[in-house]
Design a protein around this ligand. Structure first.
Ligand code: B12
Length: 315
């Protein structure tokens, strides 16, 4: 087992070389350094950045987490926590494509193509890219490894000032539309357990919840999707008549996470009581908030959430 700590910290690679070893563009590398304080590369006499094998391994580890759907800030926080605990992770092997056909089939490649099409407001190209991806990958892979990283890149690009807010809105509206079409394409099964999915009060970020709804409906659950900014009191009232097996709400911001604090208590007054599950970005970035919300934290990513829900409802 080789950990990042085992690698040399001798400066030797230029930013261009690091970019081709890790697949992270130089502009993104500089932004990550500036914004997240991940690395402080050595500066050569002519002020060029020089990176060590350890730096490359750190970047590859972070990129691997980001490609897996975690946001850059969560990935960095996770890395820093391990670093502070003196427990650096194992190295991630270099999976950079070595030839064009491998590249053409990688999910990162499709996420990038989708990002470019959406950044240019090219709806036709974006639809074609998704159609092509559907022919190669399964639904879970498309949702988690193409759509999610594309959206995260959209957010990062907006944050860097590379794209305007209008473009970010265009991209999320486009992807939301595609996901809703998928959701409605799956049959609504009356006999199976009902799961109600939506976003906490004040929460506008709905794509995570929507993906979860699509994946669970594909798996045969009866899923009702409520969308953004759900009014808790009214939902409780509805649950009293509908008797769902599970109510699942997501939060991205701290304000909306706080809206969930009394949810479990209110649901427990309904007999039989529905289970209450939650998740979303804020609980990954601020794990301490998980403990403030009574209920079941369903996991840091949507794949774990799907698995946890299968387990819960099987029991
Ligand atoms: C699209 C978007 C929007 C759209 C949302 C449209 C829509 N219909 O959903 C709009 C324009 C509405 C928007 C608004 C805002 N946004 Co915004 N947005 C984004 C963006 C670009 C993508 C979010 C997204 O859909 N990601 C895709 C999902 C699937 O990824 P994810 O959330 O990381 O999901 C992972 C986990 O969180 C988890 N997960 C997700 N959902 C769930 C649910 C459950 C149940 C479970 C278990 C797990 C889980 O699984 C996923 C991994 O597998 C992000 C950038 C980013 N880095 O994410 C910013 C981002 C989330 N927004 C941000 C901000 C600041 C805002 C605003 C406050 C901006 C403003 N000043 O108005 C408002 C907030 C509005 C509100 N009250 O909620 C910040 C949040 C920073 C923070 N404090 O945490 C981000 C990170 C941008 C940034 N880099 O600063 N946004």
């Amino acid at each position: 087992m080789v950990t990042i700590a085992d690698l040399s910290d001798k400066p030797k690679y230029t930013i261009k070389s690091v970019s081709s070893q890790t697949g992270v563009r130089p502009v993104t590398l500089r932004a990550w350094e500036r914004r997240y304080d991940i690395l402080t590369p050595f500066r050569s006499e002519n002020k060029y950045r020089l990176y060590s094998d350890r730096d490359v391994a750190i970047l590859r580890w972070i990129k691997h987490r980001v490609d897996g759907g975690l946001s850059i800030s969560s990935s960095v926080s996770e890395f820093k926590a391990m670093q502070q605990a003196g427990n650096l992770p194992e190295i991630v092997p270099n999976l950079q494509p070595t030839n064009n056909s491998r590249q053409a089939n990688s999910t990162a490649h499709y996420a990038q193509l989708l990002y470019k099409a959406l950044a240019q407001h090219d709806e036709i190209a974006a639809s074609d890219i998704l159609r092509e991806a559907h022919a190669i990958f399964d639904l879970t892979t498309i949702c988690l490894d193409v759509i999610t990283p594309c959206l995260i890149e959209i957010g990062e690009a907006w944050h860097r000032g590379d794209i305007r807010i209008t473009t970010e809105h265009f991209a999320s509206a486009f992807l939301r539309g595609k996901l809703l079409t998928l959701l409605q394409a799956y049959p609504f099964r009356r006999g199976s357990p009902t799961i109600i999915i939506g976003c906490a009060t004040n929460e506008q970020h709905e794509i995570g919840s929507l993906i979860l709804a699509v994946l669970l409906r594909r798996d045969g659950f009866r899923v009702e999707y409520l969308g953004q900014d759900v009014l808790i009191e009214d939902l409780i009232d509805y649950a009293r008549y509908e008797h769902p097996a599970l109510v699942c709400l997501s939060a991205t911001t701290e304000t909306s996470a706080h809206e969930l604090i009394f949810m479990q208590d209110k649901l427990s007054k309904i007999k039989p009581s529905p289970l209450f599950g939650f998740g979303g970005r804020v609980f990954n970035v601020r794990p301490d908030i998980r403990g403030q919300v009574p209920g079941i934290f369903l996991g840091e990513n949507l794949l774990d959430a799907v698995k946890a829900i299968h387990q819960l409802l099987k029991a």
